[in-house]
Design a protein around this ligand. Structure first.
Ligand code: NAP
Ligand code: GDD
Length: 318
């Protein structure tokens, strides 16, 4: 089996590539041209995957990469994924995260229409939530240009499934984290800060809304759900979540406690990290994925935080 992964240099792409390799897939990964290589997350598997240069902004490059690899499965994970940047760069976010999905789908339709397609949809689409917990039928109400772009990407995937009969699925994944999470996202910002404070390299962490609540899971568990969704006979969309929400404050409290410190002595409130329109609460119901795909969360919230803090301590200790 051959798999094609966009966003392979990102958090999820690196875990998914490991999973696919462990299952015996030949893995093709899309990377975009850059003046310096950005392959840290895939350095340990670099010699076992084949990288192809293409960009979500460039239709021809996507079609050529697919024509070259002719994959059985395609995982479209590439996106501008940081919500605050989507207010600063709304048009670019729409191009990457929204229209980029259409470019991928067009490339699939015209090059390898029998291939199975996975779209990385997001719980950000629920935004100002219309019911709690959120499930596959909950109405979307995106609150950021990123959420709006993802909602477009979601519906265009559904549309290509219905218009052209593509085996295309969308995974509506709630927040998932790991030691490979980008440093700007709140969980990694906290665990990195905790490690630096513990080692005497920093004195505080400046954060925005401490009351925001997220349903946080471990990225390594969530890529398994992506794969299971693609193997499903009938192409259908699923919510992937843990079913438990925690506040940013709770996250900070636990992260500091893992190194024997009290969070209140180090966390400073900073308006600069508040958002123009906030998503206050995300809480998913993974019932359908558990029942129909046999997927289950394996790594607890506390265990994940510990993994992240330990990895950051190790990184800063060398
Ligand atoms: P990430 O770490 O930010 O990775 C994003 C990837 O997209 C990187 O490999 C990046 O490449 C690539 N990319 C960005 N723009 C591109 C372009 N124009 N052409 C080609 N590649 C491009 O994101 P992640 O956390 O792994 O998330 C993976 C996907 O799931 C994203 O679509 C995200 O929006 C979605 N999602 C994530 C979560 C979550 O909690 N992590 C939840 C729901 C949905 P560079 O390395 O070159 O920048
Ligand atoms: N980044 C950040 N930095 N967030 C902060 C901070 C801070 O200093 N302080 C408080 N927060 C709050 C944000 O306001 C938000 O409510 C919450 O922490 C989580 O922020 P992020 O970690 O940046 O993630 P996100 O929920 O906005 O988006 C992530 O999850 C989505 C799925 O729901 C990203 O991975 C998206 O790509 C993904 O689709």
């Amino acid at each position: 089996m051959k798999a094609f992964v966009t966003g392979i240099t990102g958090q999820d792409g690196s875990y998914l590539a490991e999973l696919l390799l462990s299952k015996g897939y030949k893995v093709y990964g899309v990377v975009r041209r850059s003046s310096s290589e950005n392959y840290d997350r895939i350095a340990h598997i670099r010699d076992r995957i084949q990288l192809l240069q293409a960009d979500l902004l460039d239709q021809v490059s996507l079609s050529q990469a697919l024509a070259y690899s002719m994959p059985d499965e395609i995982y479209n994970l590439a996106a501008q994924s940081f919500v605050p940047t989507s207010w600063a760069q709304p048009v670019l976010t729409a191009e990457f995260t929204g229209t980029g999905v259409t470019r991928m789908l067009e490339a699939v339709r015209t090059t390898c229409p029998k291939a199975k397609f996975y779209q990385a949809s997001s719980s950000e689409m629920f935004g100002k939530v219309q019911e709690t917990p959120q499930n596959e039928l909950t109405r979307f109400y995106p609150r950021s240009p990123y959420g709006v772009a993802k909602t477009y990407g979601h519906y265009i995937t559904v549309n290509y499934r219905e218009s052209y009969g593509l085996h295309a699925v969308s995974g509506i994944l709630f927040n998932h984290e790991s030691p490979r999470r980008g440093l700007e996202f709140v969980t990694r910002k906290i665990t990195n800060g905790v490690a630096r404070i513990k080692l005497g390299l920093d004195r505080e962490i400046r954060l925005g809304n401490l009351d925001a609540k997220r349903d946080w899971g471990f990225a390594g568990d969530y890529v398994k759900a992506m794969w299971l969704m693609v193997q499903n006979q009938k192409p259908t969309d699923y919510v992937v979540a843990t079913g438990v929400a925690h506040s940013v404050r709770d996250f900070a409290k636990i992260a500091f406690a893992t190194v024997g410190l009290n969070w209140e002595n180090f966390v400073v409130s900073d308006q600069a990290f508040m958002r123009p329109a906030e998503v206050e609460l995300l809480l998913g119901n993974p019932g359908r994925a558990e029942k129909e795909l046999g997927w289950k969360q394996e790594t607890s919230f506390e265990k994940m935080i510990e993994l992240m803090v330990q990895a950051d301590l190790k990184r800063h200790s060398v």
